[in-house]
Design a protein around this ligand. Sequence first.
Ligand SMILES: [Zn+2]
Length: 301
Amino acid sequence: MSWFKRVEKGIITPTEEKKETPDGLWYKCPSCKAVTNTTEHRKHLYTCPQCNYHDRIDSAEYFEVLFDENKFVELDPNLTSADPLEFVDSQPYPNRIAITQKKTHLKDAVRSAHGKMNGLDLVVSCMDFKFIGGSMGSVVGEKIARAIDYARQHKIPFLMISKSGGARMMEAGFSLMQMAKTSAKLALLAEAKVPYISLLTDPTTGGVTASYAMLGDFNISEPGALIGFAGPRVIKETIGKDLPKGFQSAEFVLDHGFLDFIVDRKDLKQQLTDLLSMLQPEEKPELAETETVGKKAKKVK
Ligand SMILES: [Zn+2]
C-alpha cells in the first residue's frame, strides 16, 4: 500500500516551475571523491575535510586567509599588458587579454597588496592561475618588482605566492627578462635585510620556479603541490629513464632539499606569523629601561 495516491492524472510541471538545487552548494573532492557542502569547505579554507586535499585558490582567497579582517591596500592594481610582439596564435594577444580580463575580473596574473597579518606588516604578491595559466609576462614581472621595491623601501617582509605554468609565450623574450628583473630586485631586498618568504602552491613550474619562487629566505609549499621546471614527459624523454614515484610533488621536493617546510593552509597564517616574528629585529632596549625607571620611581615613593 502506498502512502500517497495520485488522484489527478496527467499532471505536468513546466520546466521553469521545477525546483532545482542551486549550483555550487556542494563540493566534490577530486582526490577522495568525498562530498562536502561549500560552506564547510570554505570554513576549511578550501581543503578537503576528509583527505586534506588542497584545492587551488586565487589571490582573493589568499588575501582573505592572510590579511586581518581581509583589509589590505592593493599595489599597482591597473597595470595591463601591451602587445610588443604583435603576437597572434589562435587569436591576437590583445583579444586574449581582453577576453580573459572580462572572464576573470583580473587585470593580469598577479595581484600585490600590503596589509596586516596578525598585526604584523606584510607585502604579498599572489599569482592567479585562471589568468592564462598564471603565466609570467611583463606585467607579472613588473608588479612583483614594484611590490619588492615597496617592501624594501618600507622595510616590510615580502611574501610571494606562486602558482604558474611558467613564462607567457605571447611575450616570448619579454617574459624571460622578468626572471632576471625579479631576481635582481630580490637581491636588493636581501641586501636591505628584509625577509622574503616564497610560498609555492599547486602548480609552480617553468620560469617562475627558475627565478623568484626558489629564491626565498624560506621556500615553503602547500601539501601535494606540483613543483617543477619542465614537465615529467619532457624530462623522461631527455634522460631516457623512468621517473621516481611522486616526482615533482611538494613532499618529493622537500625530501630532496629544495623546500624548507610544507605548511597546511589552515596553519599558514599562524606559521608565517611565527616565522616573521622570529625574524624581526630584537625589541628595542628603551622599553625595558622605561620599565626599570618606573619601578625605581615607585620604590622612591
Ligand atoms: Zn578529499
